[in-house]
Design a protein around this ligand. Structure first.
Ligand code: DC
Length: 238
């Protein structure tokens, strides 16, 4: 099925399966996948490594702002996967730890950090045919995206998914800590002053609490066919 060179914005709360969904769609339709959350995680890891995030969680914003222009983050395809690099160093694993997760929401609430990330996301997306996931893609980063999807799922299901993901990577969190971190991030992400997480008015809402990947793909195909008037029958690989 031929899909036009559009920008697809996928937003939603933490661990609603945005990145799995976006990666699957990117693979199926040969789109570029961009994970905007990874950029915020990359900035957070950088600030942590520089010692600019104190034990009480306070951030040395002055130092971060001064150093940000020289931080070089980019995505690179490795073994079929898109990974985040800081210069020549792959930081894909480090940015997914619970420690980074517990600091990333306050860092991503800083206005100059958001401007820095947005500017890079625009640069990476030149040419279109991009699917990007995050919290404010359809509202702030690409308010004119041709297709906007807002993902939601039950909080217990989300906590279990994130927990399983971390255990599979060898981490040993408790399910309760993971759930607590999710709820904290939900709150900060949707109550911050700059670009809070909210559903764009023209977004299609997907509740995937009880959906398989295949069902998600069938769902998005239905939306795309309806929205862009595509009559051709899709041949799915999933
Ligand atoms: O999707 P994620 O959990 O990897 O995102 C990490 C954090 O980054 C999340 O808590 C909120 C923030 N974020 C954001 O503020 N805006 C985005 N577009 C993407 C992520």
């Amino acid at each position: 099925m031929n899909i036009p060179d559009i920008i697809i914005a996928v937003d939603g709360f933490s661990s609603t399966g945005k990145s799995s969904f976006a990666k699957m769609v990117a693979k199926e339709f040969s789109f570029l996948y961009l994970d905007s959350g990874a950029m915020y995680r990359g900035v957070t890891l950088f600030a942590m490594e520089q010692g600019w995030i104190a034990a009480d969680g306070s951030i040395d914003e002055k130092s971060l702002e001064a150093a940000l222009p020289s931080l070089e983050l980019h995505f690179q395809r490795d073994d079929e996967k898109t990974k985040l690099y800081a210069g020549s160093r792959c930081i894909e694993e480090e940015i997914r730890t619970l420690e980074v997760s517990s600091h990333v929401s306050p860092v991503s609430a800083i206005a100059f950090v958001r401007r820095w990330v947005d500017e890079r996301l625009h640069r990476f997306s030149e040419g279109g045919r991009v699917i990007m996931d995050g919290r404010d893609i359809g509202t702030t980063v690409f308010p004119n995206a041709e297709l906007k999807i807002f993902m939601v799922a039950d909080v217990d299901v989300r906590a279990q998914r994130r927990y399983d993901e971390m255990v599979a990577k060898g981490e040993m969190p408790t399910l309760e800590d993971v759930r607590k971190n999710l709820l904290e991030r939900d709150y900060i992400d949707s109550h911050r002053e700059t670009s809070p997480l909210r559903q764009a008015e023209d977004a299609y809402v997907m509740d995937n609490t009880h959906m398989s990947f295949h069902e998600e793909l069938v769902w998005v195909l239905g939306v795309i066919q309806g929205k862009f008037g595509i009559l051709e029958a899709p041949a799915l690989t999933w």
